[in-house]
Design a protein around this ligand. Structure first.
Ligand SMILES: C[S@@+](CC[C@H](N)C(=O)[O-])C[C@H]1O[C@@H](n2cnc3c(N)ncnc32)[C@H](O)[C@@H]1O
Length: 235
C-alpha cells in the first residue's frame, strides 16, 4: 500500500469484516442506519443517476440508496476483499440489480474521470492519510454539477457531551470491540482516528481547496456523526 494510507488499515478491515456490521449496529446503538438514511435523502436523486460509493465496506450505503432508488446504478469500491465478499452476499440477497462491486484502492479508481453524478463515502475518509488528494480524485471523477457526500464520525462540540462521549469511546467501546471482533487494535484505533479527524470547519476548507463549492455540513446525534456535502461547480 502506498503512503496515502496508513499501512495497517487494509489488514485491519480484512480481519474484522465478519463482525463489522454487528459492531456497527451495536456500538452506534443503530444510529448508523439513521445516518446513512440522511445521506441518501440529501443526495436528492431523480432515479437515473450513476453513483460511486467509495470505501463501501459491506455495502450498506449502496443498499440504502438502492432501496430508495432501485434504478440508480451504484459502483462500490473497497480495497478489502473480505468486506466486499459480505457486501456481495447482502446484495445478492436483496435482489438489487444495479449495484456493482470492485476491489480497488480509492486513490486508483478504475473509472474514467467526469463519470459520476454523485460520490459517497461513509466512515472511510478518517482512515485516509492524504485526504486532500482523495478529495481531488473524487472531484475529478464527478461530472460538473456532481455531488459529494461524506459521512464521518466526529466529536460532539459541547464540552460536557464530549467528555461523556470520550469516556464511552475510549473506555467501553474498545472492550466491547475486542470481545466481539477479537481484534484488540481496531477498536483502540477507532477512537484515536476520530479524535485526530479535522474539525468540521477545517475539513470543509479541505473540500473547498479541492474545488468543491456549496460546501456545508450537518451534525447529527449530538455531533458524533457529521454529513459533509459539496458540489463540483457546473463550469
Ligand atoms: C469503516 S468502513 C466503512 C464501510 C461502509 N462505508 C459503511 O458505511 O459501513 C471503512 C472501509 O473503507 C475501506 N477503505 C479504507 N481505505 C481505503 C482505500 N484507500 N481504498 C479503498 N477502500 C478503503 C476499508 O477497507 C473499509 O471497508
Amino acid at each position: 500500500m502506498d503512503k496515502h494510507e496508513l499501512p495497517f488499515i487494509q489488514d485491519m478491515f480484512e480481519t474484522i469484516a465478519q463482525r463489522y456490521d454487528l459492531l456497527n449496529r451495536t456500538l452506534s446503538l443503530r444510529q448508523d442506519i439513521i445516518w446513512r438514511n440522511k445521506l441518501v435523502q440529501t443526495l436528492d436523486l431523480s432515479g437515473n443517476e450513476t453513483i460511486l460509493d467509495v470505501a463501501s465496506g459491506t455495502g450498506d450505503v449502496a443498499l440504502t440508496i438502492s432501496s430508495n432508488y432501485p434504478s440508480v446504478k451504484i459502483h462500490c469500491i473497497d480495497f478489502s476483499e473480505n468486506m466486499l465478499r459480505l457486501a456481495n452476499q447482502k446484495i445478492m440477497k436483496s435482489h438489487h440489480l444495479f449495484i456493482h462491486t470492485v476491489c480497488a484502492d480509492a486513490f486508483d479508481l478504475p473509472y474514467p474521470t467526469d463519470s459520476f453524478h454523485a460520490a459517497t463515502m461513509a466512515f472511510g475518509i478518517r482512515n485516509v492519510m492524504n485526504k486532500e488528494k482523495l478529495l481531488r480524485t473524487l472531484y475529478s471523477h464527478l461530472v460538473p454539477g456532481g455531488h459529494l457526500l461524506i459521512l464521518e464520525l466526529t466529536l460532539p462540540e459541547i464540552k460536557a457531551l464530549q467528555d461523556i462521549y470520550l469516556l464511552y469511546f475510549k473506555k467501553l467501546l474498545p472492550v466491547i470491540g475486542r470481545m466481539v471482533s477479537k481484534n484488540t487494535f481496531a477498536y483502540h484505533y477507532l477512537p484515536d482516528s476520530v479524535i485526530s479527524f479535522p474539525t468540521s470547519l477545517n475539513f470543509s476548507k479541505m473540500m473547498k481547496a479541492a474545488g468543491f463549492r456549496d460546501v456545508k455540513w450537518l451534525t447529527m446525534t449530538g455531533g458524533i456523526c457529521t454529513l459533509f456535502s459539496g458540489k463540483r461547480p457546473l463550469a
